[in-house]
Design a protein around this ligand. Structure first.
Ligand code: AMP
Ligand code: ZN
Ligand code: ZN
Length: 414
């Protein structure tokens, strides 16, 4: 990457008043630089936009690439966002779920506790912002899981602590400022990653098939209309490749689809229970086969030995953070191992990533994406290799499949 001219231009623009700044930045734009802006809308299931008025997403679909993507296992927020960031399956990046028991440390850990996420060795892999900056690029990351801690001794040039407080308009303004060279360090970043926690929250509350969720979907679309209007101010607008995507889908729950597993196996031989989807149960090793067989006698659930998970889940080699027994309910079913019943309602994720309820959206638009292209489904961890390609950087070791995504780009001959 040719950065020298940018540095010289930045030095020249120092001290120039704000009003003149955007123009100065535009004069400094280096034609070799590549730009990617990626937004994750948590739990934006594949069918949500079709159920209400979403002119912005509809037009993104027309002008670029659309795909129905699917999550890595388990289909939860942190494993998936960090798989998109690293191109690795959760076994390999160490964020095996939102919460887990760490055998070496001997305690439960949560991705939602900063004191846990800042523990040495908490994260593995090389997130895209570090891959990029090591090769001379600049990343500004706005609340993408994993961006608010040092990983491998480094962090993006600009990052923010997670907070659900800023409105989505404020977040859009943050990105626009960055891409206009108006952020703290006044360099236009090659990569911006940003995040909305909706529609996840509303889908959990009312369930994905309810009408109550539709105003939130339309609100997101309105924010996106604002964003795509404002971002045109960026002096590099014509060269930005945009991705709008999500981390998993959502399935409807029902109080009629609930199973409490307590009493189905010998509780005295259970060492610990790790709540979540999948439900983790650590049992005495000599009792493992018997416990798996007993649980598999129950309808609507599948019990797995950690060491014999289906190959397509790529899950179970991370022995430090995964219990020796895992129970996955059928999509839409809730399970518990508890003394009290907790009847479910609303929606949830964490189910089999290959079930369509867990699938989500991918929109890619900009100079390097084909126009009006329906791309076949691909797994979200490939976002890493997509971003590396768009940025023109060398990827670190990853689990991505280039064959699954390579057709979405404009070829050199087009
Ligand atoms: P879940 O539905 O439990 O898989 O997680 C979704 C929730 O994760 C959202 O509602 C956010 O509150 C939370 N979340 C998302 N990103 C972050 C982050 N970077 N740090 C902490 N919490 C986050
Ligand atoms: Zn999520
Ligand atoms: Zn959620």
């Amino acid at each position: 990457m040719k950065r020298l001219s940018i540095v010289i231009c930045m030095l020249l623009t120092l001290g120039i008043a704000g009003a003149a700044r955007a123009q100065s930045v535009s004069q400094c734009v280096n034609d070799d630089e590549r730009y990617v802006v990626i937004l994750s809308m948590d739990a934006f299931r594949w069918d949500l936009a079709d159920r209400c008025n979403t002119p912005t997403l509809d037009s993104l679909r027309r002008v670029g690439v659309y795909a129905e993507t699917y999550p890595v296992f388990p289909s939860n927020t942190f494993p998936n966002h960090y798989s998109m960031a690293t191109g690795l399956h959760p076994d390999h990046h160490n964020i095996v779920n939102n919460g887990f028991y760490d055998r070496t440390l001997g305690r439960d850990m949560s991705v939602f506790r900063l004191s846990d996420t800042r523990t040495p060795d908490f994260w593995w892999g090389d997130p895209i912002w570090n891959t990029l900056e090591r090769q001379g690029g600049v990343a500004h990351i706005y609340m993408w899981p994993g961006s608010d801690v040092e990983i491998g001794g480094r962090q993006a040039s600009i990052w923010t602590l997670y907070s659900s407080k800023p409105s989505y308009y404020e977040r859009a303004d943050w990105v626009v400022k960055s891409m206009c060279g108006e952020a703290e360090d006044s360099r236009i970043p090659n990569l911006v990653m940003w995040y909305f926690e909706e529609p996840d929250a509303i889908l959990h509350k009312y369930g994905p098939d309810s009408d109550e969720v539709l105003p939130t979907i339309e609100y997101i679309d309105t924010v996106l209309a604002y964003f795509f209007r404002e971002i045109r101010r960026s002096p590099v607008f014509d060269r930005i490749n945009f991705i709008v995507t999500a981390d998993h889908g959502m399935a409807a729950l029902s109080p009629d689809r609930y199973i409490n597993l307590k009493g189905s196996i010998d509780d005295s031989r259970v060492v610990r229970v790790v709540n979540g989807r999948p439900l983790g149960i650590e049992v005495e090793e000599e009792y493992l086969d018997e416990a798996v067989a007993a649980l598999n006698g129950i309808d609507h659930i599948t019990a797995y030995k950690r060491d014999a998970m289906p190959e397509e889940f790529h899950y179970g080699t991370n022995k430090n953070r995964i219990t020796n027994l895992l129970v996955l309910p059928e999509t839409g079913w809730s399970i518990d191992y508890s003394d009290r019943e907790r009847l479910p309602s609303g929606g949830a994720h964490g189910f089999n990533p290959f079930d369509r309820d867990m699938h989500m959206v991918f929109f890619g638009s900009g100079p390097m994406f084909r126009k009006g292209c329906e791309q076949r489904s691909f797994q979200d961890l490939n976002m890493y290799i997509i971003m590396c390609y768009l940025l023109g950087i060398e990827p670190s070791a990853n689990d991505c499949s280039w064959d699954d995504v390579k057709d979405m780009f404009v070829s050199d001959t087009e």
